[in-house]
Write a protein that binds this ligand. Structure first.
Ligand code: GSH
Length: 234
């Protein structure tokens, strides 16, 4: 692996990682193109990944002029500050703090409540996980109302895709894939009309469409994960 120095901008990632997806989405929103994308094999991490993120050894890592930036939400903030282009975080300090609060909620509360789907072995496991994830989804439905204001703007970021949108948007293709395989509807239109509409809008938005993987690719991967968990042949 070549040394990072000398390459203006490089993203170390894994194509289906929700954290890498959100960074790609942020780069796309910001209009940052022409970076070098390096797909990591997480079973055999490169020296560049281990030396760039020695604390966690995880993707994504953004390497800008040889300097590594780690942790997806930190990277999104860095991208917003380092490049001109549409703002990802709000300019008002209080609104910015609310956006950071909700992004942290998505990673610290919402995702852990739904993540057990990946390791679920039975229909009962999945039903239990689904039930446990619903309170966090209810909270997100209310957060969308708060962030996008009572005027019902289309995104958490208001009229355009912002910080909370990419925080949740990185998980969206995964949510759709799990829904497809498990027969669930996490952002159910009847129960969570605003989140359901947000999910459709976000997935269709020109700015991020090419930065998100195909749901079908995740379906294939998720089915393999499930088969490995249950010991089934695949
Ligand atoms: N909090 C981190 C999470 C990143 C993360 O969990 N990355 C996974 C891929 S989805 C990874 O690199 N796993 C490798 C490992 O745990 O060794 C972030 O937001 O960047």
């Amino acid at each position: 692996m070549a040394a990072a120095a000398g390459v203006e901008l490089r993203l170390l990632g894994e194509c289906l990682s929700p954290y890498c997806i959100r960074v790609k989405q942020a780069l796309a929103v910001k209009g940052v193109a022409g970076y070098e994308y390096v797909e990591e094999d997480l079973e055999h991490k490169s020296e560049l990944l281990l030396s760039s993120n020695p604390v966690h050894g995880k993707v994504p890592v953004l390497i800008h002029r040889g300097a590594p930036v780690c942790e997806s939400l930190v990277i999104v903030q860095y991208v917003d500050e380092a490049w001109a282009g549409p703002a990802i975080l709000p300019s008002d300090p209080y609104e910015r703090s609310r956006a950071r609060f909700w992004a942290a909620y998505i990673d610290d509360k919402f995702f852990p409540s739904w993540e057990p789907f990946f390791k679920s072995k039975t229909a009962e496991d999945r039903a239990e996980t689904f039930k446990n994830a619903i309170p966090a989804v209810e909270t997100l439905e209310k957060a969308l109302t708060e962030c996008s204001s009572s005027e019902g703007k289309p995104f958490f970021g208001g009229d355009s895709i912002g910080y909370v949108d990419v925080a949740l948007g990185g998980y969206l293709a995964w949510i759709k894939a799990v829904d497809e395989v498990a027969g669930t509807s996490l952002f159910d239109e009847a129960k969570f009309p605003r989140l359901a509409a947000w999910a459709e809008r976000f997935a269709a938005a020109d700015a991020v469409r090419d930065a998100s993987p195909a749901v079908e690719d995740i379906v294939v991967f998720y089915k393999k994960m499930q088969a490995a968990e249950t010991g089934a042949e695949h």
